[in-house]
Design a protein around this ligand. Structure first.
Ligand SMILES: O=C(CO)COP(=O)(O)O
Length: 158
């Protein structure tokens, strides 16, 4: 089977003030809140967005300014995915629950696919989130490679 893939990469610059998505499934919300509490000071220097319930908890428990989108089961994961596709998100912290099936599992998979496709740094657990948030890249402009959408369209003949 031949798979069609974008042939070219192009560059995208992540800004110094990162746009960071915070998302956690219910079984992982306390873990995410503990993590965000530890990194609260660092997180204040960036722009935060999250799915509805996660954003509300981070905002009310930690006093952080978080833009709340729709709750995950109501389409929030897809909204975050759209931001990734539009190059309006720079980092994804998503504590998904490996023990709990979700009614919106296809949305979760779609979000993780878009993050992989668009080369967004992703952390799915506290240890990897520690590595991401303590990276020197967090407070620098960083150039990343992304698929060249124009090249992809030009190559499509059907
Ligand atoms: O379900 C989620 C991610 O898949 C998270 O949604 P909430 O933040 O609304 O709980």
């Amino acid at each position: 089977m031949t798979e069609q893939r974008p042939g070219q990469q192009t560059a995208r610059t992540l800004p110094t003030r990162k746009r960071i998505a915070l998302i956690a499934h219910d079984g992982k919300k306390d873990e995410l809140l503990d993590w965000a509490r530890r990194w609260r000071e660092t997180l204040t220097r960036h722009q935060l967005v999250g799915t509805g319930t996660t954003a509300r908890r981070v905002s009310s428990d930690l006093g952080l300014d978080v833009e709340g989108l729709m709750s995950g089961p109501l389409g929030g994961d897809q909204q975050i995915g759209a931001r990734i596709t539009e190059q309006r998100l720079d980092l994804l912290i998503f504590f998904w629950d490996p023990f709990a099936p979700q009614p919106h599992d296809p949305d979760v998979k779609a979000l993780l696919r878009l993050a992989a496709l668009w080369n967004i740094p992703v952390a799915c657990n506290a240890a990897s989130a520690d590595f991401l948030i303590s990276s020197p890249y967090l407070s620098e402009e960083v150039s990343i490679g992304i698929p060249d959408a124009g090249d992809w369209l030009a190559a499509r003949t059907t």
